[in-house]
Design a protein around this ligand. Structure first.
Ligand code: ADP
Length: 611
């Protein structure tokens, strides 16, 4: 990636979304992206380029350079040499839009620890299948990515050093279908939310997409990793319909109704209409797993509707228990229209895009009093918690529902509603309005300016929507953040019957000490929350073993079940070994698993960083 940091030279404008730049920014967001990039780069104090060590490219496990070179020659003949690129250059972190596919841009170790040997760009499902067969022949591990952003979870980095990254998105990035009658679409791996948004707009159909906070991820990749968004269709896996998958032996299957051929060789007309088909429901095993490579995926699109997104502020830090109790029935009865967020007021400071030094120059956590002083001067005022929620339907339905919501929230003393017209044009609420009505955005990136050279790690356990649990879990994460000196950014994302408490650790990638502390803090939170019954819904590739082991009921019965499937589908262990803590037989018990506190080595037996 060709970007240059402020310590190296002028800042280039980011690439715009086009046929040759599937991962570019939408033209409509270009100016915002330029400003965002320049803010981020002005916050860099160290080079974002890492020199390489040793002989390159690094090799996959259990192979010699001679064998590897011969295998690569063969692969170049299958795909064309321009589609097989060795990973032997310095590692550039880039930034959100110009993200690398060579390593984890938000490294929590030395970036050299989780690198691939090469990157391969297949152009079709048939080519993916051919690469898989080649990998089986040479027993070289593959790591499929769709867009490869996945920041905070490992980026494009493979879990096993020297794996071949299969970058599906570069050449497989078409919106294959938008069906205005069924309100559905079918996409390839390289379709970002930016692209799907533009294509739906171009089609003229009155349909919404469902973007996450940032629109640069792959629609398919996000659903495969069970990510979420903020319209009523926010459960991305729950709103998918049908997949095409290349199995680890190279065979191609279609799930759901896709398994039933349509007339005259066409795709089944209900492939994107009915999720289950006949027999066991297979789709789930291709999410958060390493059992297959998804090459096509169908999604339901929401019909356009009227909507209202608003904020409610609450005065006291202790109010959150009462707020959670108030939200639970509103969610279970589906009165609130999307998964709302309850954020601590510190985040109103963070979403301004300013470095924390603009608010506070001291070390350690920002004192509550300092947050209060700054919040008092902002539209949210001197408050403690800020609720962002949305309502959908006709204007009349929205107004009627709003009355119910107001009545409930006003029971909490000092609750104050703020609507888009109440805040300045550049306020974050306007960005929430867009995200919650299906517009892919870039604003959320501003968070990252909180620290210099910032990277972030997500911690997001599942917790009952109950007063006592909201307290217990907040106590755990608050104590651990305090111990390690990180500002705490808690957000309760409240779904119908549970909530995710999302805390985002923002760390300085330029400081080994800060990276070490970020990892130590998240490991401790995973451990302590699991002991209280709160499990992570998704995690970083290097924390996957720890999280998988927390789901250990009945002597790790679930993990053993996953391993049984893995060994049967992938006897040579070529597909994404270690993803989600699932190791193929060949690797199991040989020191690859990284558990909490065992101080074992990281991604390959010869790396030196400790995790
Ligand atoms: P993002 O949408 O954030 O850019 P990625 O493309 O990096 O996400 O995907 C996230 C993770 O999901 C990848 O690291 C990989 O493990 C898995 N994944 C992504 N796409 C596929 C796919 N098409 N088939 C199987 N696994 C995938």
């Amino acid at each position: 990636m060709a970007s240059k940091s402020n310590v190296q030279g002028a800042i280039q404008p980011p690439p715009v979304l086009s046929d040759s730049h599937h991962s570019g920014i939408s033209q409509r967001l270009l100016e915002e992206a330029k400003a965002s990039k320049s803010r981020l780069y002005s916050n860099r104090t160290v080079s974002s380029v890492t020199a390489r060590k040793g002989e390159l490219p690094v090799l996959p496990p259990d192979t010699t350079r001679e064998k590897f070179n011969a295998a690569i020659d063969e692969l170049q003949k299958i795909l064309g040499s321009q589609h097989v690129v060795l990973n032997d250059k310095p590692l550039e972190d880039g930034w959100y839009i110009e993200h690398p596919n060579t390593h984890d841009a938000f490294h929590i170790l030395d970036p050299n620890d989780t690198v691939s040997s090469a990157i391969v760009y297949p152009g079709s499902t048939e080519e993916v299948s051919a690469v898989v067969k080649w990998a089986n022949k040479h027993e070289i591990p593959l790591w499929p990515i769709s867009m490869g952003r996945n920041l905070g979870y490992g980026g494009a980095a493979p879990r096993v050093r020297g794996s071949i990254v299969l970058d599906l998105g570069k050449r497989m990035n078409k919106v294959l279908k938008i069906d205005p009658d069924q309100c559905s679409c079918m996409v390839e791996p390289g379709v970002s939310y930016y692209k799907l948004y533009e294509e739906v707009k171009k089609s003229g159909y009155p349909l919404w997409i469902d973007p996450p906070d940032l629109g640069g991820g792959s629609v398919l990749g996000n659903a495969v990793d069970r990510g979420v968004g903020y319209t009523p269709y926010g459960d991305h896996f729950g709103n998918h319909c049908g997949m095409e998958v290349v199995l680890p032996n190279g065979e191609v299957i279609r799930t759901g109704m896709g398994a039933l051929p349509g007339p005259n060789g066409t795709d089944n007309p209900t492939w994107q209409a009915f999720q289950y088909g006949y027999g066991p429901y297979a789709d789930g095993i291709f999410t958060q797993s390493n059992f297959g490579i998804v090459t096509k995926m169908g999604f339901w699109l929401m019909p356009e509707t009227e909507h209202l997104t608003f904020m409610v502020t609450f005065p006291k830090d202790d109010d959150f228990e009462e707020i959670i109790e108030t939200i639970r029935p509103l969610m279970i009865k589906r009165i609130l229209g999307n998964v709302p967020q309850l954020r601590h007021v510190i985040q109103e400071l963070a979403v301004t895009g300013k470095n924390r030094e603009a608010f506070y120059q001291g070390q350690g956590q920002m004192p509550r009093e300092v947050i209060r002083q700054h919040a008092s001067k902002m539209p949210c005022g001197d408050c403690s918690w800020v609720f962002y929620g949305s309502l959908y339907g006709t204007q009349k339905q929205i107004q009627d529902t709003l009355e119910i919501v107001k009545k409930e929230f006003y029971k909490i003393q000092g609750a104050r509603f703020l609507f888009p017209n109440d805040v300045p044009e550049d306020h974050y609420l306007h960005s929430r309005v867009r995200v919650c009505s299906g517009v892919a955005e870039i604003r959320e990136l501003d968070w990252l300016n909180w620290k210099k050279n910032a990277g972030h790690l997500f911690f997001a356990p599942i917790c009952p929507t109950r007063r006592e649990d909201s307290r217990k879990i907040l106590d755990i994460v608050s104590r651990i953040h305090k111990e390690y000196g990180f500002d705490l950014f808690p957000t309760y994302c409240i779904a119908n019957r549970e909530m995710h408490l999302i805390v985002n650790i923002v760390y300085d990638r330029g400081s080994e000490e800060n990276k070490r502390k970020a990892v130590a803090a998240i490991r401790k939170m995973i451990d302590e929350c699991a002991k209280a019954g709160y499990g992570e819904y998704r995690t970083h590739i290097l924390l996957a073993d720890q999280v998988a082991h927390t789901y250990g009921w009945n002597n790790q019965a679930m993990l053993r079940f996953h391993e049984t499937i893995k060994d049967s589908l992938d006897p040579n262990g070529i597909l994404a070994p270690g993803r989600n803590g699932i190791w193929p037989k060949k690797y199991r018990g040989k020191g690859w698993e990284l558990l909490y506190g065992d101080n074992r080595q990281t991604s390959a037996p010869k790396t030196e960083s400790k995790l």
